[in-house]
Design a protein. Structure first.
Length: 260
């Protein structure tokens, strides 16, 4: 379904019984809400599940960027208001995880819990340079130029005979991401810093990360910086840990939510 919020139209999907607690899932860069298919199937019997395509992704509008995380966080609050969501559990992977950190720091009153997964808390000069290079590559070659490098960065065996069965689905998500949205969100990823505010976060926090993810060190640091947070390392999982190890991710998230 389509929802207007914060000046654009979002593509969203809602599952589960009305009146149940809300759980919201936020996608990574170059994916869409279908990256959460396994989580929606698992949680929809007892939760009201909202999945949405981040600004510039999937079926959501893709205005010219660059975007900022302040904007991506405002998008979430706009969706909450449009759907009359007072408070929700919120889980995000990678870019969605950074969005989760922004919500925890700036809108804790709208959260029951938060799960920033497979992400870091701040950009660096080195990462900003990398994002600039990816922006230039996408401008020149479109999303086809980004597919193989993105897949191998996310999943080390993606282009080998041992590739996981979900790789074609992830490949299609990358290819169908609007170039303007990809570039806009790269701008947000190149320039953000939530690290100074992590110590003041008081909502329940789950940090989940794959042991084969390049964000492993960054996720461990987020856990160290947020008092009382929970860290779960998913053995063998790559960057999209919920896609790579859905059963393990679901168990960790469910256990966390039920005990928060």
């Amino acid at each position: 379904m389509k929802i207007k919020a914060n000046g654009i139209t979002f593509n969203v999907q809602i599952d589960g019984p009305e009146g149940a607690p809300w759980i919201v899932f936020s996608n990574s860069l170059a994916t869409n809400l279908t990256m959460w298919d396994e989580q929606a199937a698992h949680f929809k019997s007892r939760y009201r599940v909202l999945r949405y395509d981040q600004r510039g992704h999937g079926g959501t509008d893709a205005p010219e960027g660059p975007y900022t995380f302040d904007l991506l966080v405002a998008d979430v609050i706009g969706l909450f208001d449009a759907l009359s969501i007072e408070r929700a559990h919120f889980a995000g992977v990678s870019m969605g995880g950074m969005t989760a950190l922004g919500l925890a720091e700036n809108h804790p009153d709208r959260l029951l819990s938060v799960a920033p997964c497979d992400c870091s808390s701040a950009s660096t000069p080195a990462s900003a340079q990398q994002w600039g290079e990816r922006i230039a590559q996408a401008r020149q070659g479109g999303m086809p130029a980004m597919v193989d490098s993105t897949l191998t960065r996310w999943f080390p065996t993606a282009l080998t005979p041992e590739a996981p069965p979900f790789i074609p689905k992830v490949r299609e998500m990358i290819l169908t991401t609007p170039v303007a949205g990809f570039i806009g969100c790269c701008g947000a990823l190149a320039d953000f810093n939530y690290q100074p505010g992590l110590g003041a976060i008081r909502v329940p926090v789950l940090v989940a990360v794959g042991t084969k993810d390049q964000m492993l060190a960054g996720s461990r640091q987020i856990h160290a910086d947020i008092p009382g947070s929970t860290l779960v390392e998913l053995e063998g999982a790559g960057h999209l840990s919920n896609v790579d190890r859905p059963a393990e991710y679901n168990r960790a998230l469910e256990r966390f939510i039920e005990t928060s």
